[in-house]
Design a binder for this molecule. Sequence first.
Ligand SMILES: *[C@@H]1O[C@H](CO)[C@@H](O)[C@H](O)[C@H]1NC(C)=O
Ligand SMILES: *[C@@H]1O[C@H](CO)[C@@H](O)[C@H](O)[C@H]1NC(C)=O
Ligand SMILES: *[C@@H]1O[C@H](CO)[C@@H](O)[C@H](O)[C@H]1NC(C)=O
Ligand SMILES: *[C@@H]1O[C@H](CO)[C@@H](O)[C@H](O)[C@H]1NC(C)=O
Length: 320
Amino acid sequence: MGALSILSGVLALLPIICSLAVLIGLDVGRDSSSPPLFNPEKPKGPDGKPLDNGIKHKSYCDETIGISPPAKGDHYTLNPNPWNWEEGDEGSLCLNVTTFNNQTYPTDSSAPEFSVTWQYPPGPPSSPVHAYPNVKVDSGVFPNQIKNIDEMMLDFEWTYAVGNLTVETTDEKALNASNVNANVALDLFLDQDKKKAQISEDASTEIMVWFAAFGPATQPIGRDDGSLDEQELDGTKFTLYSGKNGVGQFVLTWYCEDPAPKFHGDLQPLVDRLVEMGDTNFPTESDYIGYMAVGTETYFSDDYVTFHVPQLAIDVHLKD
Ligand SMILES: *[C@@H]1O[C@H](CO)[C@@H](O)[C@H](O)[C@H]1NC(C)=O
Ligand SMILES: *[C@@H]1O[C@H](CO)[C@@H](O)[C@H](O)[C@H]1NC(C)=O
Ligand SMILES: *[C@@H]1O[C@H](CO)[C@@H](O)[C@H](O)[C@H]1NC(C)=O
Ligand SMILES: *[C@@H]1O[C@H](CO)[C@@H](O)[C@H](O)[C@H]1NC(C)=O
């Protein structure tokens, strides 16, 4: 028994010794100035020099601008996007973005961390949203037809806070006390036409997935007409509403009754369900998804508030 186990110990060691010998043998032929064999390759900049691990914070206020940080993995474009606010109007918004000099984020599909600090007074009820600061998927997977998409994995964690600082957890009572009206929403634009699907103003259809709605003014289009369906994903219940927006686009909203500050799951079932329902104006499997973004629609608030996205990764897989 004892002898046997010693023997099997020796046998188990043999392959290790052999592979060590191979390693040592390999190294003999290398002169001392060669770089070490098994160091992971450091990311290099356009000039061929290795990039350092520095972290940069940049702030972009009250402007529409595409910020596309270079990345080794999937690309994203951030935008403060105060589309319904003009210079001289009350209120303001700043988008802060944290980028890594090494262009290497936690996973291949991670977006840079960002936050948005804003305050606006109430707008007209016909057009209550001032801005949609967001991060848009720029990985080249869109435009693509619904029938080609296998899954849309979303890894999303966010907080909302009264004041100019980020917090660990959202305090809904504090938001209510400051009369905060805002949502947290993912936005998809679709069209039968590949080009139109990529332009938010030109697309025929918008699918929204809401992860929170704060304040009584923050209502999905068609809420008064009643819900059309319900789906549960990653423990979050989404209710479907639909209707036309001010510019005649058909908007389908998967609305969540309770905030979902952490969501880790596949969103494709929400799109497939709409195709399956097959109502008039609903998307069909040959429609193109041309645009996907995640952000917050800012209605109004008495005080400055800060939306923080410490973690976001969107990984869209196509069918073979
Ligand atoms: C890139 O930089 C960030 C920030 O300093 C660091 O956390 C990360 O580990 C670095 N990644 C690599 C592969 O060097
Ligand atoms: C909060 O942030 C806004 C927008 O960046 C800025 O205008 C305001 O002065 C800040 N307030 C404080 C108390 O720092
Ligand atoms: C955003 O950036 C500005 C300017 O650097 C800074 O004063 C502010 O504290 C930042 N906000 C957050 C929430 O990090
Ligand atoms: C929100 O605040 C209003 C008063 O501004 C109050 O009537 C209401 O009960 C509050 N709701 C919650 C959920 O705290």
